[in-house]
Design a protein around this ligand. Structure first.
Ligand code: NG6
Ligand code: CA
Length: 507
C-alpha cells in the first residue's frame, strides 16, 4: 500500500491514482491507449456531430460514452504537418520540410527526435503504428532500400511494431510495409520508386485512360502517373507486383493488423496509433460497403471507417480490455469532396455537409480546415459529456505524458501543453488559444480568430475550397460569426495586435 500511496501522492501513475479511489484491485494495470486517426473526415462526416445524412453508429457509441468535443483542432489542414505535430508535440511550421510528403520522402520525424510513442515505450508499453504513415521513411528522399530493410524507420521513433502505407493511397509505392520491410515482396521482382522520372515501358495513366478501369483522375488534378489496380497515382513505380495492395481490401488489411496487435498485447500495456486510409482518395471501399451510403464511394468510405472503429471496440470488449483502454478518435484535417478522382463525390453529396457549420475544408485557413471530430472514450473513467473546450492535437503529447505520470522528456514536444483534465472531461476550460497552419497561420482564442496575411490563392479551383488566404489581415468574431463571413480586422486593430502578439511570442 505504501507504494500505492506514494504513486497516488506524486501522481506518478495517474491511472493508479484514479484506480485508488474506486477499484483497488485494478490498481496495477496501466491504461492502454489507442489513437484512431481518420484521414480527411470532416466535422460533419460523423453523425454524432449532428448531420442527418450519414449514420456512423460505432463512432457515435464512442462519443455517447465519452467526451465529444465541438471545438477541437488538428494542427494543420493537411496530413504530413498535422501528423508531425500530433506525434512530436512540435508545430510543423517550425520546420520548412514538413509539407505534404512524397511517397519516397525520407523520414520527416528524425530518429533523434522524441515522439509520443517513445514516451510510451520508455514507460514499458508495447507500441504500434498501423495504417497511413505519410511521414517519410529511410534517411534521405529517394534513397530508401525498398527491397530490403528500410532504415531508419518507425522503430527508431518509438514504434515496436509497424504495418503501414508509406504515404497515401494516391501515392506510390502502393504496398504495405511491415516492420520496415515491404510485405509479400518477390525478390525476383524488385520494386523501384521514383518521383522524378517514369520507368521506360511502364504505362502511365495520362497516356492510357483505357487502363483506368477502377477510377479515373479528375481533370487537372494530376494523379495520372503509375497505374496500380486500374487507378493512376502520383509518382512512378515498377515491379513488386505481388506486393501491391488491393485497394478495396486496405481497410480490412489494416484493421485486421490493428486487431491482431491488440490481441497480441492484451496482457501488457500497449499504445496503438491506428491511422486509417479512409476516407482519403482514391476511395475504393470494400464491396460490402459499396452503395450503402447513397453518396457514392466517399460516403461508403465513411461507413467503412465506422466499421473499422467498430472492430476495435469489439476486440477490446471481447478481450475484456474496454474499461481499461483510452481511445482518442480524430481526423488529420478537414474534409474535401473532389480530391482528385472521378468518384462522384460532388454529384452524390446531396444535403450532406462534410464541413458542418464551418467554412472552408481541407487545405483551408477557415475553420473547416482544422476543426475536426474529436472524441475521448474511456468507459470506466470518463463521464459522458459534450465539451466545447478549445483543444488541439498539439497537446496530445503532453497530456499523454501526464496520463503516464511522466515529465515531458528534455527537448521534446516544445509546443505541447498538458490538457489531460480537459480531455477527460474534468475541466471545461481548454486552451487559451490555438495556432493552426494551412496556406497561412491563424490564431484563435475561441472568441476571435486571426488569419495572417499571405500571398496564397484565395480559392482552390480543383477541390472547390475557399482557402482563406488574403493579402489583408483577417479577423473573425467566431462567437457571433462561426461561418467566418465578416472580416472585422479593420475595426478591431487592438484584437488583431493581440492575436498577432501571441504568434510573435510563440515563434
Ligand atoms: C494533394 C493531392 C491530393 C492529396 C493531398 C494529400 C493533387 C492535385 N492533390 O497534393 O489528392 O493527395 O495532396 O492529402 O496532387 S493529405 O490528406 O494526405 O494531406
Ligand atoms: Ca488527410
Amino acid at each position: 500500500m505504501k507504494t500505492l500511496q506514494f504513486a497516488c501522492l506524486t501522481g506518478a501513475f495517474l491511472p493508479v491514482l484514479i484506480g485508488c479511489k474506486s477499484k483497488p484491485s485494478e490498481v496495477s494495470v496501466p491504461v492502454n491507449v489507442i489513437i484512431i486517426l481518420a484521414d480527411d473526415i470532416g466535422y460533419g462526416d460523423l453523425s454524432c456531430n449532428g448531420e442527418k445524412t450519414i449514420h456512423t453508429p460505432n463512432v457515435d457509441r464512442l462519443a455517447s460514452q465519452g467526451v465529444r468535443f465541438t471545438d477541437a483542432h488538428a494542427v494543420a489542414a493537411t496530413s504530413t504537418p498535422s501528423r508531425y505535430s500530433l506525434l512530436t508535440g512540435q508545430y510543423a511550421w517550425r520546420r520548412s520540410d514538413t509539407g505534404i510528403a512524397a511517397g519516397n520522402a525520407g523520414m520527416v520525424i528524425r530518429p533523434e527526435q522524441t515522439t509520443i510513442a517513445d514516451v510510451f515505450r520508455e514507460a514499458g508499453y508495447t507500441t504500434g503504428a498501423v495504417g497511413k504513415w505519410h511521414l517519410g521513411l529511410g534517411d534521405k528522399t529517394g534513397e530508401q532500400n525498398w527491397n530490403g530493410f528500410i532504415t531508419p524507420g518507425l522503430t527508431d521513433i518509438g514504434f515496436d511494431y509497424s504495418y503501414i502505407m508509406a504515404a497515401t493511397g494516391d501515392r506510390v509505392p502502393c504496398v504495405f510495409v511491415e516492420n520496415q520491410r515491404i510485405v509479400n515482396l518477390d525478390p525476383n521482382d524488385p520494386i523501384e520508386v521514383s518521383y522524378d522520372d517514369p520507368f521506360p515501358g511502364e504505362p502511365l495513366g495520362k497516356d492510357h485512360p483505357e487502363m483506368l478501369y477502377v477510377l479515373k483522375p479528375s481533370l487537372n488534378h494530376g494523379h495520372d502517373q503509375a497505374i496500380v489496380n486500374g487507378i493512376s497515382r502520383i509518382g512512378y513505380m515498377k515491379g513488386g507486383k505481388q506486393a501491391l495492395w488491393v485497394d478495396e481490401n486496405i481497410a480490412d488489411s489494416i484493421t485486421g493488423k490493428a486487431v491482431q496487435f491488440i490481441e497480441n498485447h492484451k496482457d501488457e500495456p500497449f499504445f496503438l496509433y491506428f491511422a486509417t486510409n479512409d476516407i482519403h482518395v482514391p476511395r475504393v471501399p470494400h464491396p460490402r460497403f459499396a452503395g450503402k451510403s447513397g453518396m457514392g464511394p466517399r460516403g461508403d468510405a465513411i461507413l467503412e471507417f465506422d466499421w473499422s472503429v467498430g472492430q476495435i471496440i469489439e476486440t477490446l470488449e471481447r478481450l475484456g480490455l474496454a474499461d481499461n483502454t483510452l481511445i482518442i478518435l480524430s481526423s488529420d484535417n478537414g474534409p474535401v469532396v473532389d480530391d482528385g478522382y472521378q468518384d462522384q463525390a460532388v454529384e452524390l453529396l446531396g444535403n450532406h455537409r462534410p464541413w458542418g457549420d464551418f467554412r472552408g475544408g481541407k487545405y483551408s485557413n477557415f475553420e473547416a480546415g482544422t476543426r475536426v471530430p474529436f472524441i475521448v472514450n474511456w468507459p470506466s473513467k470518463i463521464e459522458p459529456a459534450v465539451s466545447d473546450a478549445l483543444v488541439s492535437q498539439i497537446d496530445l503529447f503532453a497530456s499523454l505524458c501526464s496520463l503516464l505520470g511522466k515529465d515531458i522528456p528534455t527537448n521534446a514536444a516544445p509546443d505541447s501543453k498538458d490538457q489531460l483534465n480537459t480531455l477527460l472531461g474534468k475541466e471545461k476550460k481548454g486552451r487559451d488559444y490555438i495556432i493552426e497552419q494551412a496556406g497561412s497561420i491563424s490564431i484563435s482564442n475561441k472568441e476571435w480568430k486571426y488569419i495572417a496575411p499571405s500571398n496564397g490563392a484565395a480559392y482552390n479551383k480543383l477541390t472547390n475550397t475557399e482557402l482563406g488566404n488574403s493579402k489583408e489581415p483577417q479577423l473573425y468574431h467566431l462567437k457571433s460569426d462561426i461561418g467566418e463571413r465578416v472580416n472585422v480586422a479593420e475595426n478591431n486593430p487592438e484584437k488583431v495586435a493581440e492575436l498577432q502578439a501571441i504568434f510573435e511570442l510563440e515563434k
